[in-house]
Write a protein that binds this ligand. Structure first.
Ligand SMILES: Nc1ncnc2c1ncn2[C@@H]1O[C@H](COP(=O)(O)OP(=O)(O)OP(=O)(O)O)[C@@H](O)[C@H]1O
Ligand SMILES: [Mg+2]
Length: 458
């Protein structure tokens, strides 16, 4: 990956060359280059807004003309990056300069070390900004929508809704889907591609902690609210201010907390435990579950009012077995991921291994596929993943595959290859709910060839 080099250019303007010490002073600041220029009434062309250029302008004397020039030129420079040194003759203009917004004024040579330190500090500041931007850049890139692999119509539809949700709306989102279908990944993509991206993404898993702990995590508490509350503590809804609160496994939330959560969402305010003050919340709620909430409502385990409040926008991530055309692209994506992680050089998946991946039902969805490919990459001793590499990870899997076993019974007098082929196609079509493209993929033939087989029989 391309990494920009960090360097700040220190431009010394009109520093008398006889004062070598100035040059020397700045050349010792790390991560910088120093350049001497002479100012001949063209300050505007020297100044630049570039964040990685610092200007030190030395004034021995001044004139009205110069002040006019400076007033105009100052628009062209980042004030934080402008330092002015004055000889004692020019001391009279220091108040005029500060009126122009120039705060960094130093008397020379009395303050040369102060000047050097301040410049050095500014370089350090710029460096930190630069680094945090790289980290932020890389971090946000990780959650760009195009990082989500999948071209199947069902998946594309999910992404389209998610993009719209991210860009336009603050509405609550409900993410549904079996385990490992990418709910968390999509929640992050929505957050990091929304105007809330600069604010926190806070995650709270309902099923992982007890009810009381969940409540105090979500709403916070005041000092003395319960025996252990020695200090007050803000809730995650407060910490997520401006950002997104991701409530995972919402189906496991107790009925009591469902009421409190609904109230917080509807009123956009809540109280800390033991608190009397209403606290305003501005955060988007994204909830996720792999359970069937409607069934939970029938069983009186989930409140329908909260359900309707949460599902203002709901996105149902399809299980992998309903997006068979995404299996191989995802597998190839994971090969690249694990090649990077382990320094391996796996290039491809053999045809027979692909067939296994396509036939399997993937109850653990993308997470399971990722695990299988990770193991295969580690086991693989050539550049091609073989069915053997896949099967080791799949030994438990193969038993579930039996459910997908295709059985064709043929009477011996009708055992023409054509008939068998036709029957096989029919069986595979049953397996994929009649989706011809998917069936063709499993059979390793093109869609037109599949249609030909079907028509031929007729
Ligand atoms: N479209 C995708 N492209 C690439 N990787 C994906 C995609 N969807 C999911 N993954 C990866 O699959 C794994 C499981 O995804 P994630 O944790 O988002 O699933 P989940 O639906 O939240 O699962 P659970 O219900 O078990 O919490 C993660 O490693 C994630 O990075
Ligand atoms: Mg999850």
């Amino acid at each position: 990956m391309e990494q920009r080099q960090f360097k700040v250019k220190i431009i010394l303007i009109d520093i008398p060359t006889t004062i070598e010490s100035i040059d020397w002073l700045f050349k010792t600041i790390k991560n910088t280059t120093v350049q001497n220029v002479v100012f001949k009434s063209n300050l505007q062309s020297i100044f630049s807004k570039s964040r990685d250029q610092i200007f030190i302008l030395n004034l021995n004397s001044f004139s009205q003309e110069f002040l006019n020039e400076l007033k105009e030129a100052i628009e062209k420079v980042e004030l934080e990056n402008l330092f002015i040194s004055l000889s004692s003759d020019a001391s009279k203009i220091s108040s005029i300069l500060s009126r122009l917004g120039i705060k960094r004024i130093y008397f020379y040579p009395e303050e040369e070390f102060v000047l050097r330190n301040d410049v050095s500090e500014r370089v350090e500041q710029i460096k930190q900004e630069f680094e945090s931007e790289i980290v932020k850049d890389n971090f946000q890139k990780k959650f760009e929508f195009n990082r989500l692999i999948g071209k199947s119509p069902k998946f594309i539809q999910c992404i389209e809704i998610a993009k719209r949700v991210a860009s336009k709306s603050d509405a609550t989102v409900l993410l549904l889907g079996e385990t490992g279908t990418g709910k968390e990944m999509l929640a992050k993509a929505i957050h990091y591609n929304s105007e809330r991206a600069e604010y926190p993404f806070i995650e709270l898993n309902t099923s992982a902690i007890s009810e009381t702990l969940f409540e105090s995590e979500l709403f916070g508490y005041e000092k003395g609210a319960f025996t252990d509350a020695k200090n007050s503590k803000p809730g995650l809804l407060e910490i997520a201010e401006g950002g997104t609160a991701f409530l995972d496994e919402i189906g496991d939330l107790s009925l009591n907390l469902q009421v409190k959560l609904l109230r917080a969402i509807e009123n956009k305010t809540f109280k800390r435990i033991g608190g009397v003050k209403d606290i305003k919340v501005d955060c988007r709620i994204i909830a996720a579950t792999n359970q069937n909430l409607e069934k939970l409502i029938d069983e009186k385990k989930f409140r329908s009012d909260l359900y309707y409040r949460l599902k203002v926008i709901s996105i149902h991530l399809p299980p992998l077995r309903e997006r068979i055309e995404d299996i191989i692209p995802l597998a190839e994506h994971f090969i690249a991921v694990f090649n990077t992680k382990y320094g391996t050089k796996v290039e491809e998946i053999s045809q027979s291994a692909k067939r296994i991946l396509l036939q399997y039902t993937w109850p653990g969805n993308i997470r399971e596929l990722s695990n299988v490919i990770e193991r295969a990459v580690l086991l693989c001793d050539s550049k091609t993943i073989s069915d053997k590499d896949i099967q080791v990870g799949l030994s438990s899997i193969l038993s579930t595959m039996k459910k997908n076993l295709i059985e064709i019974k043929v009477e011996i007098d009708k055992a023409k290859i054509q008939n068998v082929t036709y029957d096989l196609v029919q069986e595979v079509l049953k397996l994929v709910d009649g989706n011809k493209s998917q069936a063709a993929k499993i059979l390793g033939i093109s869609r037109p060839s599949l249609l030909k087989i079907l028509n031929h029989k007729n």
